[in-house]
Design a protein around this ligand. Structure first.
Ligand code: TYD
Ligand code: MG
Length: 458
């Protein structure tokens, strides 16, 4: 007699799982989103993750030399630390329409110049994929497309074709027929991912999984997905800008500090090799509230503009603080620190802060620049065009030096900046070789003193 299959309930909206049905999802607060899913017997993670390897002596483990597969998309290769690792699984996540399929097809075409590539589309027909490809240019004959959702069949083609790279567009649309749950449900997504990871490892074929997100830009499906794969890349951008930024949020084979930038054009992705020039291009110089900040994360410093508008709020209306492209909590922190240490009353004002050009960052090195732009907007004073700001603020108002300021200053020099305001603790070794005036300030209290030096009336 067979045992009754166990049931699990999951939120179709965010993938949160519960043992009992609930009317409202405790994770994403969506109403009526819970669905039942029967778990087939014997399907537990241990079973599906089991491999065929015996314990090995670490010193005797051989490392394959031809280990990374270059995508020939320079920005992406730099982001990944030299390419996609053989046998690894990369999850590419992003909002609908941000360009995941377009970028993947570009990578597929590039890798196909050196061998077979299989692009599996569970969302679009082969004709639709061809349509997109025609917009992007020409592709080698070694690029195969397959419109299929059944993972057992996909695995069969994968084993026959033995491609250099496989792309699954998207993980939410493929299913295993042996798993009795609807495609897109957490069990299906999890089991499909585990199967694909096994295929990748056993055959030494790298796989790119495209992941859809929910309206809140959360990865749809079970939380474990990001833990299972080797690398997770988020592709970001907003509708009003053509800028697309790829970030690594998890990387078993390299840094997670890098960002890669692209411009979405009528003919697909163009690499942005000089992001600072791109972000600062056409900038309307010398307006109150506009400052340039810098981020030294990753191997390439990025300079971008922040704009701030501080306005009076009519009596009886609660003031608002809006942050676009920067972390709102950082804005609130900077506002509080500025109010406490410089004495500007900001709590009763509307504050709007936005990065220009669509660049998004939560880098604390922007703090000092945000404080400067708030004060600049309030005073109606504009900074000279070639000044930039670099420093993290502590709650007690100190300005911290950012790590690796040296490399960033050298780049600033190259880009033609003339002045930099930074934390007093920043270590700069070859200061005399820089053609930059450095204003090192230990504490935010010194900020107003810089206005007569670096700013002027509009
Ligand atoms: P797509 O790659 O389909 O996004 P995703 O797979 O992340 O959902 O990109 C869709 C958008 O990109 C769509 O609005 C059209 C636009 N696009 C371009 O601007 N240029 C192009 O060359 C292509 C192929 C698409
Ligand atoms: Mg797509």
């Amino acid at each position: 007699m067979s045992k009754k299959a166990k049931s699990l309930y999951y939120c179709a909206h965010c993938g949160h799982q519960e043992l009992k049905w609930v009317g409202r999802c405790p994770a994403c607060q969506e109403w009526g989103s819970f669905q039942e899913e029967e778990l087939p017997e014997g399907m537990d993670q241990l079973d599906s993750l089991s491999s065929f390897q015996k314990p090995q002596i670490l010193n005797e483990v051989k490392i394959d030399a031809s280990i990374r597969i270059g995508t020939n998309v320079t920005e992406l290769d730099r982001l990944l630390g030299g390419g996609i690792m053989a046998g690894s699984v990369l999850l590419l996540v992003g909002d609908p329409g941000v360009g995941k399929s377009t970028l993947s097809l570009l990578v597929a075409g590039n890798v196909a110049t050196a061998g077979k590539v299989l692009y599996v589309s569970g969302e679009e027909s082969t004709e639709q994929t061809k349509h997109r490809a025609d917009r992007l240019g020409s592709f080698p004959d070694s690029l195969y497309v397959l419109a299929e959702n059944n993972l057992e069949l996909i695995a069969q083609y994968l084993l026959e074709l033995k491609p250099r790279l496989v792309i699954i567009d998207s993980i939410q649309t493929v299913f295993l027929s042996k798993v009795k749950a609807t495609p897109g449900s957490p069990s299906q997504i999890k089991e499909a991912t585990i199967t694909l990871i096994k295929l990748a490892k056993q055959n030494n074929i790298p796989i790119i999984l495209i992941g859809q997100v929910t309206k809140e830009s959360q990865l749809a499906g079970p939380r474990v997905l990001e833990h299972l794969v080797d690398t997770v890349v988020y592709l970001e951008g907003n509708r009003n800008h053509s800028l697309r930024v790829a970030r690594v949020v998890k990387n078993r084979f390299g840094s997670t500090e890098e960002v890669a930038m692209f411009e979405m054009t009528g003919r697909g992705f163009q690499e942005v090799t000089n992001p600072s020039a791109y972000l600062l291009e056409g900038r309307n110089l010398m307006l109150p509230g506009s400052v340039i900040v810098a981020s030294a994360r990753g191997t390439r410093p990025i300079f971008t503009e922040i704009q701030t508008l501080v306005t009076e709020v009519p009596e009886g209306i609660p003031p608002r603080q809006i942050a676009i492209g920067i972390d709102r909590n950082r804005l609130l922190l900077v506002t509080a620190v500025l109010q406490r240490w410089v004495g500007e009353r900001l709590g009763n004002k509307n504050i709007f802060v936005s990065t220009a050009g669509g660049m998004e960052s939560d880098d604390p090195a922007f703090d000092l620049g945000i404080a400067a732009s708030l004060l600049s907007s309030m005073k109606g004073l504009a900074f000279q065009p070639k000044v930039f700001w670099l420093g993290e603020l502590t709650l007690s108002g100190e300005v911290r030096g950012v790590p690796d300021a040296e490399r960033l200053l050298a780049e600033a020099n190259r880009l033609g900046f003339t002045d930099c305001v930074l934390g007093a603790g920043a270590k700069v070794n070859k200061e005399e070789s820089l053609e930059l005036n450095l204003y090192k300030i230990p504490h935010l209290r010194s900020l107003p003193k810089l206005f007569p030096v670096l700013a002027q009336k509009e």
